[in-house]
Design a protein around this ligand. Structure first.
Ligand SMILES: [Fe+2]
Ligand SMILES: [Fe+2]
Length: 148
């Protein structure tokens, strides 16, 4: 299935998120020093990459599904984002267990969005929401773009 080009930037982020999820899963099985290093990377990249990505989805795309037949999909998306943020913010307990849960939750979340949420957005979100999300993502990856 060909993705609407306005969702491609977010889809590109998903690829990076899946690589991070895999790193977390692998590190959860490894030695403690490596596990701590990867957890620190997870926390840093959550704030720098995942949180802004989630914000675009939540502010600009999910409202277009609320109240319609796809409303359960936007609810699930928000729940997943909350669960991932809670894992990062709790930041306590055995690091291996944190990495394992974060990795599995992030992987399942991205797969859900690619297979279920994004097709629904392409169908229902409408041009205004898709245009706004594409523009916001562009500002994220290229902050100086609007100054040119
Ligand atoms: Fe996403
Ligand atoms: Fe998401």
């Amino acid at each position: 299935v060909k993705r609407d080009e306005r969702l491609r930037g977010l889809g590109h982020d998903h690829h990076h998120a899946l690589v991070l999820a895999r790193r977390a899963a692998v590190a959860s099985q490894g030695d403690e020093g490596e596990a701590h290093r990867v957890w620190d990377e997870v926390v840093r990249r959550f704030e720098g990459e995942l949180a802004p990505h989630f914000a675009i989805e939540e502010r600009l795309l999910l409202p277009a599904l609320d109240g319609g037949r796809h409303a359960p999909l936007s609810a699930r998306t928000r729940d997943d984002h909350r669960a991932l943020r809670a894992l990062v913010e709790e930041d306590r307990g055995p690091v291996a267990a944190r990495l394992e849960r974060f990795g599995a939750t992030l992987r399942d979340h991205v797969r859900f969005e690619e297979r279920v949420l994004f097709p629904a957005l392409e169908e229902e979100a409408g041009d205004a929401a898709l245009d706004a999300a594409a523009a916001a993502h562009q500002r994220l990856v290229e902050p100086a773009a609007e100054l040119k």
